[in-house]
Write a protein that binds this ligand. Structure first.
Ligand code: M6R
Length: 363
């Protein structure tokens, strides 16, 4: 049932090209986002004063990407909160509130309580989930499914990739309704090519990531840093590493280092820098220099052909060039594989990390 792979997690990472195809199937028409399931809430999206996103864990990280996408391309301000905080906050909700709830399982207790609160106060809930007939699907106004198939590994991998793909489509749909931003046409166009990009990536990167993991798996700490769209990637990379390898990993917005976290760094505390060639690259480069000055080893994940970065970091992973919003997607399998191999080298079972359950149905 593992299809020749030693673990479900690895099998599921290698399913990502197909999962992307399924997430996008039928959802792009004439270069535009096509989501008939959202039609009933179209007018509420048009008139919404702001959008609220609610999710936990990896789903929250996918939500962070959507927040930025909507702000950049649908001219609307977006709030996001982890569900365990959202449910106890006194935020103003009325019938102009649109909430996007993201949950792979559709059974996460905090997320469900969050949306119940929204519904009770007259708000609209758009659910993004993988599980047909889940509690979240039943209790929301509309549902957009991931169609990713069951995920057995406790660490979310293929479903994160699938969430990002679906959220880009949702972001484009909001943009079409509210703003009509030409740049979105280009993003959708690139998104359509992503299954093929993933196919070629996954067929070539595994061995070099095994080597990288061998260099770093014995460290006790890791600090992931990024800015802009790179920050959710830093958070997700750190979560994956700590969840299955049990290496302590934290994530910071790279500009925050100087406000405290940089005090931690020395030669025993490596940094994983997320440095796509986007509008914030120069800023991240100067943050990397700050970490090098503390003797930290630096692994950078960057855009292919970036010579500048090679000169200042210890190790480098290159990803294909894409529009800046798509870097969180294109970088995902690299970070997942790094965590996977680090976990295996440390003798852990990545499919069943200690203390964790696949779906968190209690508060
Ligand atoms: O089913 P959900 O998406 O609501 O689950 C949320 C989190 O529990 C989940 O993403 C968790 O963080 C993953 N195990 C991380 O790999």
């Amino acid at each position: 049932e593992k299809g020749g792979f030693p673990h479900f997690m690895l099998k599921e990472i290698f399913e990502e090209p197909e999962v992307l195809r399924n997430a996008l199937a039928g959802r792009i028409k004439n270069g535009k986002a096509h989501l008939p399931e959202m039609e009933s809430v179209q007018s509420r999206i048009k008139s919404a004063r702001n959008i609220q996103i609610v999710a936990c864990g990896t789903s929250y990280h996918a939500g962070l990407v959507l927040k930025r996408f909507l702000e950049d391309h649908a001219s609307i301000s977006v709030e996001i909160d982890v569900a365990s905080e959202f449910r106890y906050r006194n935020i103003h909700i009325d019938n102009s509130t649109v909430v996007i709830a993201i949950s792979q399982s559709g059974e996460t207790a905090d997320t469900l309580e969050g949306i119940r609160k929204v519904k009770a106060q007259g708000g609209t809930v758009v659910a993004v989930t993988n599980v047909v007939g889940s509690t979240l699907a039943r209790e929301s106004d509309v549902v957009v499914y991931l169609n990713a198939g069951p995920e057995i590994g406790v660490a979310a991998t293929k479903t994160y990739v699938s969430q990002l793909a679906v959220l880009y489509i949702i972001g484009a749909y909001f943009s079409q309704i509210r703003q009509d931003d030409d740049r979105v046409i280009q993003i959708i166009n690139e998104l359509e090519g992503m299954p093929t990009v993933f196919e070629s990536t996954l067929s070539t990167i595994n061995e070099s990531i095994v080597q990288l993991a061998k260099e770093y798996y014995q460290y006790r700490h890791f600090m992931y840093i990024g800015r802009g769209y790179g920050y959710p990637t830093a958070m997700e990379g750190a979560l994956k590493l700590k969840e299955i390898s049990y290496i302590h990993a934290s994530a910071y917005q790279a500009g925050e280092l100087k406000h405290g976290p940089i005090a931690l760094l020395d030669k025993e505390f490596p940094v994983f820098a997320i440095v796509p060639d986007d509008g914030l690259k120069a800023k991240v480069l100067s943050n990397i220099m700050e970490t090098r000055a503390r003797n930290a080893r630096v692994v950078a994940i960057c855009t292919e052909g970036d010579q500048e970065i090679g000169r200042i970091v210890n190790s480098r992973i290159e990803v294909p060039r894409v529009s800046e919003v798509l870097y969180p997607l294109v970088m995902s399998p690299y970070l997942q594989l790094f965590a996977y191999h680090a976990a295996v080298l440390r003798g852990n079972d990545p499919d069943k990390p200690r203390n964790l359950a696949k779906s968190v149905t209690v508060e």
